[in-house]
Design a protein around this ligand. Structure first.
Ligand code: NAG
Ligand code: NAG
Ligand code: NAG
Ligand code: NAG
Ligand code: NAG
Length: 280
């Protein structure tokens, strides 16, 4: 009973002490963006409400290590502490924000800001996570073997997406039907370097795969909501109706990738000639 009471009193006391019902409130860290492209910059903003208190310091940490401190009563009021991988843009940093530039993979992790007031002393802090990524430099590419294709041929195709971190997920879609998919395995290893993504498909074709004789193969590369690119390839098919063959050949050869205008022109030209059917 007394122990519980002691604990409660202690808890109440420390809650007042830390949260400062007398003053300092609402210490809030925002990281914008919190998912950062490698070598880009990010703004870490620490907002706080001093009420009537006097600010003593704002300290910034990556993990447990301090890298920036603002102490208005001292000279100089700003101190930076060398921390591997952390490059503070001092011109853009002040009492409420720190700008990190040339961000590299190694600094993915937790950041926190800690605000301390003087007379009465109180302190508050907030913590957020930053993730450093690298998007693929190029859209995905498709390569195919054994064209032109017929019923009972095997479609052998590869799709490949240039190095990224995390790896891109790949999906093969033939005439609007998903035929292969590879989810990228989420890795929490911050030291892992960007890597290629590859997806192979080896599939026996039957009549139902041919949409009015045509075979349009798409490969979609995705990284969460951050990245979505696709390659579209019109495969050569011996089942292609004759009039379409002319327009198909004028577009399709060596179409290996997905320039947006090219994608559109393929879609428009194919859609204007045929009407798509979904076979289920
Ligand atoms: C990285 O910076 C470039 C240009 O500065 C910008 O276009 C891009 O959106 C940024 N990407 C991310 C993920 O922050
Ligand atoms: C800190 O810098 C940012 C951007 O330069 C500015 O918007 C903000 O008002 C500054 N804050 C203070 C307290 O000077
Ligand atoms: C980051 O903070 C969270 C709690 O907010 C903790 O669970 C996690 O282990 C921390 N990550 C690292 C790398 O320290
Ligand atoms: C697909 O990749 C495999 C190796 O992963 C290779 O042996 C094969 O020749 C490739 N096929 C095509 C059509 O590029
Ligand atoms: C694929 O199917 C969707 C509906 O599921 C349809 O809206 C779209 O037009 C189709 N695309 C093509 C290229 O046939």
């Amino acid at each position: 009973m007394t122990n519980v009471l002691k604990f409660d009193v202690l808890f109440l006391f420390s809650a007042i002490f830390i949260q400062g019902i007398f003053g300092l409130k609402n210490v809030k860290l925002t990281i914008e963006p919190s998912i950062v492209q490698r070598f880009n910059q990010s703004v870490l903003h620490c907002s706080y409400d001093l009420e009537k208190d006097i600010l003593y310091s704002v300290k910034w940490y990556r993990g447990r290590f301090e890298f920036y401190r603002y102490t208005p009563s001292e000279y100089p009021s700003i101190k930076t502490f060398a921390l591997k991988g952390i490059n503070v843009d001092e011109k853009k940093s002040n009492s409420t924000q720190v700008v990190l530039k040339d961000i590299d993979f190694s600094i993915s992790g937790n950041f926190s800001c800690e605000v301390t007031t003087d007379a009465p002393f109180s302190t508050g802090f907030d913590r957020k996570t930053m993730i450093v990524i690298q998007l693929p430099e190029f859209p995905p590419t498709i390569s195919v073997e054994g064209e032109p294709l017929d019923y009972l041929d095997t479609l052998k195709a590869n799709c490949s997406s240039s190095p990224s971190k995390p790896k891109a997920s790949l999906t093969f879609i033939l005439n609007n039907v998903t035929i292969a998919k590879q989810e990228s395995i989420r890795s929490n290893k911050f030291n892992e370097m960007p890597s290629w993504s590859d997806l192979n498909v080896n599939m026996l074709l039957s009549q139902e795969h041919f949409d009015g004789g045509r075979l349009i193969l798409r490969c979609i590369a995705e990284i969460g909501d951050l990245y979505h690119e696709e390659a579209v390839l019109k495969l050569r098919s011996v089942r292609e109706p004759v009039p379409e063959r002319v327009s198909a050949y004028s577009i399709a050869p060596n179409c290996r990738s997905s320039h947006p205008a090219l994608k559109l022109s393929i879609l428009i030209s194919t859609m204007s000639i045929f009407s798509y059917k979904l076979f289920k």
